[in-house]
Structure formats: C-alpha cells, structure tokens
Design a protein around this ligand. Sequence first.
Ligand SMILES: NC(=O)c1ccc[n+]([C@@H]2O[C@H](COP(=O)([O-])OP(=O)(O)OC[C@H]3O[C@@H](n4cnc5c(N)ncnc54)[C@H](OP(=O)(O)O)[C@@H]3O)[C@@H](O)[C@H]2O)c1
Length: 263
Amino acid sequence: MMLKDKVAVIYGAGGGIGGAVARAFASEGARLFLTGRSRAPVEVVAREVARAGGSAEAAKVDAVDEQAVDGHLQSVIDKAGRVDISFNAVGIPNTKIVGVPLVELDVEQFSLPITAYTTSYFLTARLAARRMIPNNSGVIMTVTALHSRIGIPSVGGYGPAQAAKEALTRDLSAELAPLGIRVVGLRPQGMPETRTIKEAYEPRAKASGLTWEQWQGLLASRTHSRRLMTLEEMANMAVFMASDKASGMTGTTVNLTMGSMDD
Ligand SMILES: NC(=O)c1ccc[n+]([C@@H]2O[C@H](COP(=O)([O-])OP(=O)(O)OC[C@H]3O[C@@H](n4cnc5c(N)ncnc54)[C@H](OP(=O)(O)O)[C@@H]3O)[C@@H](O)[C@H]2O)c1
C-alpha cells in the first residue's frame, strides 16, 4: 500500500475531486480526516470509505476560516499524532464566477475566486506546514486547472486564481522543501463526471449551438488520447504524488491535461 498509515487531511472532501482523492487515499491505506464547508456530503464520503474497510472521520471546516482550520488540525494532531498529507480540493461554484465577459464583470465577482482560492490554499498549507516542520516530513497538495496557463473567454477571475495557486505551490516549496516538506499541485483536464464541469461548460456548449455530448467531444479532441480523464485516473496520480515514491517531485504542478496543453 502506497500510503499505509499516512495521516491525510482533505479540504473540500465532499466534492467530486476531494471525494475521489479520499477514496483513492483510503484504498492505499491512509488514515483520513475529511472536511468540507457542509458536513453532510463529507459524511457520505466518510461512510463510503468506512464501508470499503478504510478509516475516515468527517468534520465541518470552512477552509477560509483560519480558526476553524487550525482547530481542526489540532484535533487531528491530538488523535493521530501528526499530519502527513494536506490536500486542498476546495472549489467554489462556477455558476457564481464564470460566464460574464471581463469588460462587463464587476470587481466583486472578479475578486471572489482569486480571494477564495488563494486564501484557502494559503491557510490550509501554512497551518499544515507548521505541524509538519517538527517532523521534517509532509506533502502539501492542491488542484488547479488549465486556465492557469491558457486564455479562455468569460471565466472572470478563475484563471488568475488558478495561476496564483500554481505560483504559491512553487513559493511554498522553495521555503518548505529544505525542511523536508514537498509541495505539489495537480492540473487535470475537465472531468465530465463532475458536476462542476457540467455546470461550467453546459451553458457555453448551448451558446455555441452544441449539445453537452458534442462539447465533451470537442474537449476530448484536443487531447492526444482523444478522450477526457476520469476522476479515478486523476486520483491515482494524487496517490502517487502523495506517496514516498514521488520523493523527487516538489515545487511543481503536474500536467494532467493529456497533451491538450504543453508545458
Ligand atoms: N471537476 C473537474 O473536472 C476539474 C478539473 C480541473 C480543476 N478542477 C478544480 O478542482 C477544484 C475542485 O473541483 P470539484 O469538481 O471537485 O468541485 P466540487 O465538486 O464543487 O467540490 C468542491 C468542494 O469544495 C467545497 N468548498 C467550497 N468552499 C469551501 C470552503 N470555504 N471550505 C471548505 N470546503 C469548501 C464544496 O463544498 P460545498 O458544496 O458545501 O460548498 C465542495 O464540496 C476546483 O478548484 C475546480 O475548479 C476541477
């Protein structure tokens, strides 16, 4: 098992990516502390993990609330003695932030994703790092999107938010890797199984006169493998990157766009 007895905290664990990463981490032996802004979806994932024989506890933690994140991490230390992996899979609904051209976008809507994504990643990383530094060991991870690197219309502050997270991954690593802590991001292509991608792209498909299925085909045609990635494939990569097998990887965001975007 690649993550046997590793203690992992996942933020946004009730979401598509957070839930998939939780299931994959558990199947590789990690002890999970799952969190989300609402407790109910996180509990669903925790129960699923437990039914499959894994270990998971659910908690309600708002990942932009410093006291809530800190208090929860302290409870993890009290129960498990350490934190080995911090995975930030927080996502805010695209319906609130995309779909308006930049020239028509108001400043609040523009700033919302930038503030929420960067604050949440900064807080969860910083507070986990403080617990990892005494052990000279740990892995801090998050997920971004290809909007960090290419121009896409009508996505408001989402692209700048993803680019900022990738910059933070590099900067955190520059400070923490000398202390034994790796910092690695994952940048997947859109995964059509997730609610997020459907919400973000279905209106654009309609506006272009395409069905949702035709739109997926268009996205898939841009990848080398002519298909889109599954949640399970993304989660398998998360397992590898969180494991000691990836000890040579830090300060980078792994390109999981299946050839649709060059490094
Ligand atoms: N889905 C994809 O194919 C894909 C591809 C590339 C990148 N991404 C990025 O990956 C991230 C996650 O995507 P996803 O598809 O898993 O989204 P999702 O299903 O909407 O999950 C996001 C989760 O984050 C939680 N959350 C939001 N604000 C929070 C906060 N302040 N504190 C704690 N939890 C909070 C949400 O809880 P509530 O529902 O209670 O608000 C939800 O459970 C996003 O940044 C997304 O843009 C997604």
